[in-house]
Design a protein around this ligand. Structure first.
Ligand code: SF4
Length: 774
């Protein structure tokens, strides 16, 4: 949608529930929902297109500035309910992707990896792609061709990825990079509540008396969400942060628990132990709303603070203090993210947090509840509609006969044609290494950087006989492919995403794609046509796909039927389930005391803590943990090309405690059982002495995933990124950070093509403690 510069955005004034509205929103809405200057920000004919940030799961509203020629050239904040004019460094710089000189504008092709890429016509690239798909599947079977989707795609495209895999490729092997992000929380939510989403909106944080944040560096990973956390604190709520590092949010907490990585389940079981022993459980709530409490209770009592303190490396008294603070609060909330989810017991860690909220009755009320913070912009929506190996649209199970029948009816295929469940992303890498999978299509992801245990991942990719990748920049994974198809950026198409609240928001098209670029939707539909199933993919764009998605989700828990593009424009977002077009959506779950299990109860689950999969030893005595930094996003393919972000954070570092005797900026080699890499040291008292932190946005040889272990949670199949055994040692030099790949013939973008091996300390401050030494 392109807005008329002189016409206010068609923004109906929707009555707000004051309990859901962040401060300021009401006044804004009362004033008509229009900025004071009525957007006349520029007299030169620019247009402001309302949309949302492409990056994290907060999904801040923004305006893209479009010039007379129809090109995106800037950004303005937008007074959307979610972010109220705020944007973080990534959001402010995101628009620079759109007309970036590194954009891919023609298909690239080579018949072997020994050759250089050549620019070719779409016809030639698609012909070769289809012939390779048909060759591989004819020789090795349908399941020999795999598909990786992404959770930064609009939900319409994620729906298409799942349908394309099952109906066009007819393969069981489809999975997506949300497998590396949210699936532990998803599995835990399903087990406990039979619904996979956060229970409360962000705005409930402003109503709570106690906010517990576990494993989330909110200040850097969800910067704009900080307003809610600090808003709660400013109202007098107690803030508890569980994190091995004293991050920016931990620094301002009432209680910061710097527990040893990989010990969360023991910690949360121990909180429950204290709460039981001190009579702080809500027995009435448990009796009415939960099952499994007797078993959970018995297990929790095996974790007294004296035992948990030894496991977690924190004082027993601090455990008791957290337990009392959370349980005694009239309204308490717990939010968590990858810190507790990226573990081989990630699902169980999440279940212990749910057990804590349930045992204290902090569920389903304003200011009381439970939520998970999604990393990618569509981390929530990306797993709802069928691109996960075991799911069909509407969160249906591919193993459920009734669910299969429903989807086959909508897709117009025979039930016998619908493949069975496939495997997870990392398991598919191993299947590539063994030859079980011989060809791959990737849609806007960069697993060569983002999957753990890089040597194994690279071997898997290299073993593919054919690999086609869709993207708008030449990622490291695309640079390893045979065919690269240039597709639209988020500003060149329309579609929806669901943020961490499960609020569905609408992204609008701000400019036409560059010549030579197609939408991912067009590419999948055209490939389907060439594979002989074009009638099943007769979509003219996102709106058509969304209408089918709405129908496919109708009647499921993840019901989008009542959500339309028009309603999203009017309201600023609707939380599912939303079963009819007059339904207001569901910002807060469980208000009637019922979950989505048939019995309406919360199914509490017994959890036993177990040590991380990579054992400590004399050779590897420390914990390596990895994560994000404020200037970059995931594999860095989108942010390592933006000058201001590169300048702010040009390279990774190793964060270590002063007790190890390194000077700031001195080369430190981090060694694990998978490999080693050298970084400048960031010496800080804000990290545990037994822990090393490395941000993971850069490629080999400085990729943190050269070091990480590919152990998986047995249920969610999420990798254990947050803990592996390591040692540190002095190094002669810092490993160089390679510049991002560009297409042949493109001029390297100077701001990103500099060598970054100088031994300067990393930039600061970025969520580090106040007690750094230099
Ligand atoms: Fe974008 Fe997230 Fe930053 Fe908001 S907080 S501007 S959604 S990256």
């Amino acid at each position: 949608m392109t807005a008329d510069p002189r016409t206010p955005e068609p923004h109906a004034v929707v009555p707000l529930d004051p309990s859901l509205a962040p401060p300021g929103t009401r006044a804004f809405r009362d004033a008509g929902g229009i900025p004071a200057d009525r957007w006349h920000a520029d007299q030169n004919g620019e247009t402001l297109v309302p949309t949302h940030c492409c990056f994290c799961g907060v999904q801040c509203g923004m305006y893209l500035r479009v010039d007379r020629g129809g090109k995106v050239f800037g950004v303005e904040p937008r007074n959307h309910d979610i972010n109220r004019m705020r944007l973080c460094p990534k959001g402010i710089n995101a628009y620079q992707q759109v007309n970036h000189p590194d954009r891919l504008t023609a298909p690239l092709m080579r018949r072997s990896r020994d050759e250089e890429f050549q620019e070719v016509s779409w016809e030639e690239a698609l012909d070769f792609t289809v012939s390779e798909i048909e060759r591989i599947q004819a020789r090795y079977g349908k399941d020999a061709f795999g598909l990786f989707g992404g959770a930064s795609l609009f939900s319409e495209k994620t729906y298409l990825v799942g349908k394309f895999a099952r109906v066009a490729l007819k393969t069981r092997h489809v999975d997506y990079n949300g497998r590396l992000c949210m699936v532990s929380a998803a599995a835990a939510n399903k087990l406990a509540f039979n619904i996979d989403r956060a229970g409360n909106p962000f705005s409930d944080m402003l109503l709570t008396d106690c906010l517990l944040i576990a494993g989330s560096n909110v200040g850097e990973c969800f910067p704009v969400l900080t307003q809610y956390v600090w808003g709660a604190r400013d109202r007098g709520a107690k803030l508890i942060v569980i994190d091995p590092r004293e991050t920016a949010i931990a620094r301002t907490a009432d209680i910061h628990v710097a527990l040893k990585p990989g010990t969360d389940a023991a910690f949360f079981n121990s909180l429950l132990c204290v709460i039981i022993e001190e009579g702080l459980t809500n027995e009435d709530y448990l009796a009415a709303h939960a099952t499994g409490w007797d078993e959970v209770r018995a297990k929790a009592l095996e974790y007294p603070p004296s035992r948990a303190a030894d496991i977690c490396g924190v004082p027993a008294e601090q455990i008791a203090q957290v337990a009392r603070t959370f349980a005694r609060a009239p309204r308490a909330m717990a939010w968590h993210a990858r810190g507790i989810e990226h573990q081989s017991q990630g699902v169980e860690n999440c279940l212990t947090v749910i057990n804590l909220c349930t045992a204290t009755g902090h569920i389903g009320r304003p200011g009381a509840g439970y939520g998970t913070l999604t990393g990618q912009g569509n981390g929530q929506g990306g797993r709802e509609h069928g691109q996960k190996s075991d799911l069909l649209p509407g969160g249906r199970s591919i193993n459920n006969e009734e669910h299969r029948r429903q989807i086959c009816e909508i897709w117009g295929i025979d039930e016998s044609e619908l493949p069975q469940a496939g495997t997870s992303m990392m398991e598919m890498i191993h299947q590539m290494r063994s030859g079980e999978i011989r060809g791959l299509m990737g849609v806007c992801n960069n697993p060569i950087i983002s999957l753990p245990n890089y040597p194994v991942v690279k071997e898997g990719y290299d073993a593919n006989e054919f690999h086609v990748q869709l993207d708008f920049f030449l990622s490291e994974s695309a640079a390893n492919a045979h065919v690269v198809l240039p597709v639209t950026s988020w500003a060149e198409d329309e579609g929806v995403m669901a943020n961490a609240e499960a609020r569905v928001v609408k992204h609008n098209k701000a400019q036409d794609p560059p010549p030579g670029v197609r939408t991912d939707t067009w590419v999948m539909c055209e490939l389907a046509r060439r594979l002989g199933v074009g009638d099943k993919f007769a979509f003219n764009g996102s709106r058509d796909v969304f209408d089918e998605l709405r129908t496919a989700s109708a009647g499921t828990v993840i019901d989008y039927y009542g959500i339309t593009y028009e309603r999203l424009e009017e309201t600023g977002g609707i939380s599912w389930p939303c079963p009819s077009t007059d339904h207001p959506g569901t910002p807060r779950l469980f208000e009637d005391g019922r979950t989505y299990h048939p019995d309406g109860k919360i199914h509490m689950q017994v959890v036993e803590w177990h040590p991380p999969m990579d054992p400590y030893s004399d050779e590897f005595p420390m914990s390596l943990t990895t994560g994000r930094t404020v200037a970059h996003f995931l594999s860095g393919n989108q942010t390592r090309r933006l000058g201001a972000l590169v300048e702010q954070t040009p390279r990774p570092w190793a964060e270590i405690h002063p007790s190890h005797g390194f000077r700031n900026g001195e080369p430190v080699r981090v060694v694990t059982r998978r490999g080693s890499a050298s970084y400048p040291a960031l010496v800080t008292e804000a990290i545990r002495p037994d822990t090393v932190f490395i941000p993971y946005h850069w490629p080999f040889p400085t990729s943190a995933n050269v070091l990480t272990i590919d152990a998986l949670d047995p249920r969610s199949k999420i990798p254990e990124y947050k803990v592996c055994a390591c040692r540190i040692e002095h190094a002669a030099r810092i490993d160089e950070v390679p510049a991002p790949p560009v297409a042949p013939g493109h001029v390297a973008y100077p701001e990103t093509q500099v060598s970054r091996t100088d031994p300067l300390p990393p930039t600061s401050p970025q969520g580090r403690g106040t007690s750094e030494r230099s």
